[in-house]
Design a protein. Structure first.
Length: 204
């Protein structure tokens, strides 16, 4: 019998194989043991109080220059306003947020034209609450996403989310929120606390 093992921070993988001479066959088995999550993650929702969606984008393994080029293209293509970029504490990992609001189908259409993590883009179909979620707080020993820069735009074509803008302002983003001028004036924002298997919701 031959045994192989592989271990990462999140799981252990075990392969074993053995031969049965009289049937001239080799059997190979693969078992994965996942680490049960013990850290809760604090996230916020892309959905607005009116049932529209701001644009959340989660990038992994893509350098900042490429992301900036993509965001400028999206601004031109869809007449989007400013994008706000957050840096994560892993190399080439970023979040981007635009507070323009859209119906779910339109927001999904825009995200499908991005280089975002594929699972993140399509999570709207998987989650029963029909929302995209970004982490805003620390996760275990990992630091909270940190505001990095703004990709400015000359476009002001879409209604913006007041609740998201105010929350981003609390996170250090230099946003000017003007009541009644291009904003929806809604105050509630959805928050989600989750590990891999569990979610609890709240609004502030």
């Amino acid at each position: 019998m031959k045994l192989e093992t592989k271990k990462t921070d999140n799981y252990s993988s075990v392969f074993w194989s053995f031969k049965i001479p009289f049937v001239k066959r080799t059997f190979r088995f693969h078992t994965i043991l996942y680490k049960t999550p013990d850290e809760w993650v604090h996230g916020y929702s892309s959905r607005t109080e009116q049932g529209r969606y701001v644009l959340f984008q989660d990038y992994d393994n893509l350098d900042l220059e490429a992301i900036e080029q993509e965001l400028k293209y999206l601004q031109m293509r869809f007449k989007l306003s400013d994008y706000y970029i957050f840096e994560l504490d892993r190399e080439n990992s970023y979040h981007a947020v635009c507070t323009d609001t859209f119906p779910m189908v339109k927001a999904y259409e825009i995200l499908k034209e991005t280089s975002c993590d594929t699972a993140f883009i399509h999570s709207i179909k998987r989650l029963q609450t029909k929302e995209w979620i970004l982490r805003w707080h620390k996760k275990g020993e990992r630091a909270a996403p940190k505001y990095l820069k703004t990709i400015e735009s000359r476009y002001r074509n879409h209604l913006k989310s007041t609740a998201h803008a105010n929350f981003l302002k609390m996170l250090g983003v230099p946003i000017k929120v003007t009541s009644g001028k291009g904003f929806d004036n809604c105050e509630k924002l959805g928050f989600v606390d989750y590990d891999t298997a569990n979610r609890t919701r709240g609004k502030k």
